[in-house]
Ligand binder design. Structure first.
Ligand code: SF4
Length: 210
């Protein structure tokens, strides 16, 4: 029996798949367009293995030791107690005035030992006054520092032969910075404050990194 072409069943050829329809356009952009300057910050970050994620997410964040922050805060907010003993106190008062402007260093005079952290011994320390100086020092909270201003406070100055004058305030309280002069100029007292600020940062290195 003859086979006609009509009897042959042929498989249809494989047709190519229809192309996927194009993705719809997002109605809202991933980054809001009203703040173009913030676009780099708002763009989703790519996680890079080995790098801290918070540095990717918050690139403006600083990572610093806490003791560095404490030392920088202390040295930038020194509050010297306002009290004077003799003529050096006049120079100390002049240093607080607007011409020298100690406020720009964060140094603010404070009329109480309870919140002060710097004592400026400005003037002659008599043996009668020494217990009061020591009491004021002990009323100050820690950490605290002492500046011995002038020759009298440092070693008796012109009164080294006077039995009623203490031969240096460091006989009763610890002194951190000595300011020479009779009397020292306001610039010298400012220099003492700058030296004290440097000392506070150095102490942080010695104590915080041990
Ligand atoms: S050092 Fe000179 S200026 Fe200062 S208290 Fe003594 S005598 Fe006065």
């Amino acid at each position: 029996m003859a086979v006609t072409p009509a009897d042959v069943t042929t498989q249809p050829a494989t047709e190519p798949r229809p192309a996927a329809p194009p993705a719809p356009e997002p109605t809202t952009p991933a980054v809001p367009g009203e703040h173009p300057n913030e676009a780099p910050r708002l763009t989703p970050v790519e996680v890079v293995p080995g790098r801290a994620l918070y540095k990717e997410v918050l690139p403006g964040v600083l990572q610093v030791p806490a003791d560095l922050l404490l030392a920088a805060s202390r040295k930038s907010s020194l509050w010297p107690m306002t009290f004077g003993l003799a003529c050096c106190a006049i120079e100390m008062i002049a240093t607080y005035m607007s011409h020298y402007d100690l406020d720009r260093f964060g140094i603010v005079p404070w009329p109480s030992p309870r919140q002060s952290d710097v004592m400026i011994v400005a003037g002659t320390v008599t043996k009668k006054m020494a217990p009061a100086v020591k009491l004021l020092y002990e009323q100050m909270p820690n950490p605290k520092w002492v500046i011995s201003m002038g020759a009298c406070a440092t070693n008796g100055g012109p009164y080294t032969r006077y039995d009623r004058v203490l031969q240096g305030v460091d006989k009763v309280i610890p002194v951190d910075v000595y300011v020479p002069g009779c009397p020292p100029r306001p610039e010298a007292l400012m220099d003492a404050f700058l030296a004290l600020q440097g000392m506070i940062m150095e102490e942080r290195k010695a104590q915080g990194r041990a």
